[in-house]
Design a protein around this ligand. Structure first.
Ligand code: HEM
Length: 439
């Protein structure tokens, strides 16, 4: 038979668990990490399952497949469409849920907020926020530090990134209500056919309230005579003009502000809390980190931040949606499939990172060690705030370590719990903090 007459053989369907949607969904959401581990052991590096709210989903565990996916063109896989399908407390014009030219346009508008020089100029303000918060910590008493990390992250986002001043005090509580308005259960249950979207109404009420409040504050800031001198997101958006030279409407501005908040608040808070939870259990790395903080060794502290995001990956998976029938890793991928790279599985694979449970910041000081590290995603959708988040975490940690030594509250490390897109310490990172001498 010649090549011309060889019948075309479509790629095979990927392997995966069998059973009704409800059963697979329940198994996945009750214990996502162990379920994925089991599916991977049984079926391999690409696993197809049916899980609400994703529907038909493909889980990827191999770093090469993940790279192929995040670098694929938008004629094949889309992130915005996937994020929109999965829901969450974001608004309809948000950068997170758009694709194509609209995504490129929105992203270009916000990018200057996160330019290297702009970020470096904000270090002092971040340090002041972290220093003020750590002074409130109880001395030598066990407490859950995640709440305090949330306070730092919220203040940093509101004041430094978004550009709201201290007078805009109602914004903080409205934003925490909004980001707290959906649990992972509501997300899963909301995707099951026939079941009422338990969290939807609550979330919509919180979203409307946040938008009204933002709209009110946006009007107030439009009149700021120093708007053009400011480098925060609010000022950039208020100075932006559309193709006809008209300013962006309030709703477009508030949507983008909410996007930054949703994407950057809980992620940064969880990352800071996990780093402290890990340091509290590893006196050797803690001592080295304290030396780095005292000696202003920024490169080492940045390596610590990256290693912490590896051992406790705050966003454990990404989402892309196949826009047409295509293939990946030699398997058939029908249009509409949600493809989910499992980032934490890669970060904890001994084949990729030897002795993966050991916290070893030196890994990130060696050239090339970040190749298979996806803590901020990848491709054109890579986290817009990545450089900012690394700076925020490094500066906050330095302020904390210069003032406190932390130890663990119990013998066992904390479990991870999913809260919308982030994996947080199950007991909110309970630590004991000992005051060091004056800074
Ligand atoms: C440790 C903290 C953070 C982590 C772990 C993190 C992680 C991520 C990840 C995994 C994505 C998805 C990337 C993809 O789909 O390939 C993402 C997207 C995004 N992040 Fe972050 N993020 C963090 C902090 C921040 C901060 C502080 C901001 C801004 C204030 C921010 C803004 C964004 C935005 C706007 C997107 C959407 C980008 C797009 O769709 O083009 N993130 N982040």
């Amino acid at each position: 038979m010649t090549a011309a007459t060889t019948p075309h053989r479509p790629p095979p369907a990927p392997p995966g668990p069998r059973g009704p949607l409800a059963w697979q969904t329940a198994r996945y959401w009750v214990a996502p990490r162990s379920t994925l581990r089991r599916w991977r052991r049984r079926h391999g590096e690409v696993v197809a399952a049916r899980v609400a709210p994703m529907g038909r989903a493909l889980f990827l565990f191999d770093p090469d497949d993940i790279r192929t996916l995040v670098r694929a063109g938008q004629d094949e896989f889309l992130a915005g469409a996937a994020n929109a399908r999965l829901g969450g407390p974001s608004s309809e014009h948000s950068l997170l849920v758009v694709d194509g030219p609209q995504h490129a346009e929105h992203r270009a508008l916000l990018t200057p907020v996160f330019h290297g020089r702009a970020v470096r100029g904000q270090e002092e303000r971040i340090a002041a926020i972290a220093a003020r918060e750590v002074e409130r910590w109880p001395d030598d008493r066990v407490f859950p530090v995640l709440g305090s990390c949330r306070t730092v992250a919220l203040e940093v986002i509101l004041r430094v990134v978004l550009g709201f001043d201290e007078d805009d005090h109602a914004i903080g509580p409205a934003m925490t209500t909004l980001t707290a308005s959906e649990s992972v259960w509501e997300m899963a249950v909301g995707g099951l056919p026939g079941l009422r979207r338990a969290g939807t109404r609550r979330r919509e009420a919180a979203l409307t309230r946040a938008q009204e409040l933002l709209s009110d504050r946006i009007s107030a800031h439009r009149g700021d005579p120093r708007l053009h001198e400011r480098h925060d997101a609010l000022a950039l958006l208020l100075c932006a003009r559309d193709r006809d030279g008209a300013p962006l409407p309030d709703r477009a501005v508030s949507d983008q502000l909410l996007t930054l908040l949703v994407a950057g608040y809980e992620t940064s808070a969880a990352a800071l809390a996990w780093t402290l939870e890990r340091l509290a259990r590893d006196p050797e790395v803690h001592r080295r980190a304290t030396r780095a903080a005292d000696g202003d060794d920024r490169a080492w502290l940045t390596a610590l931040v990256r290693e912490s995001l590896r051992v406790r990956t705050v966003v454990p998976d990404l989402s892309r949606m196949a826009v047409r029938d295509t293939q990946l890793a030699g398997f058939r991928v029908p249009a509409g499939t949600i493809v989910t790279p499992c980032l934490d599985s890669v970060h904890e694979s001994p084949a990729v990172f030897p002795d993966p449970q050991r916290m070893c910041p030196e890994r990130f000081r060696e050239r090339g060690s970040t190749t298979d590290w996806f803590a901020f995603g990848g491709g054109i959708r890579r986290c817009l705030g990545a450089a900012f988040a690394e700076t925020e975490l490094r500066v906050s940690l330095q302020e904390i370590l210069r003032r406190r030594t932390v130890t663990a509250a119990g013998r066992r490390g904390e479990r991870r719990v999913r809260r919308h897109i982030t994996a947080e310490p199950a007991r909110a990172a309970r630590i004991r903090a000992h005051r060091r001498g004056p800074v």
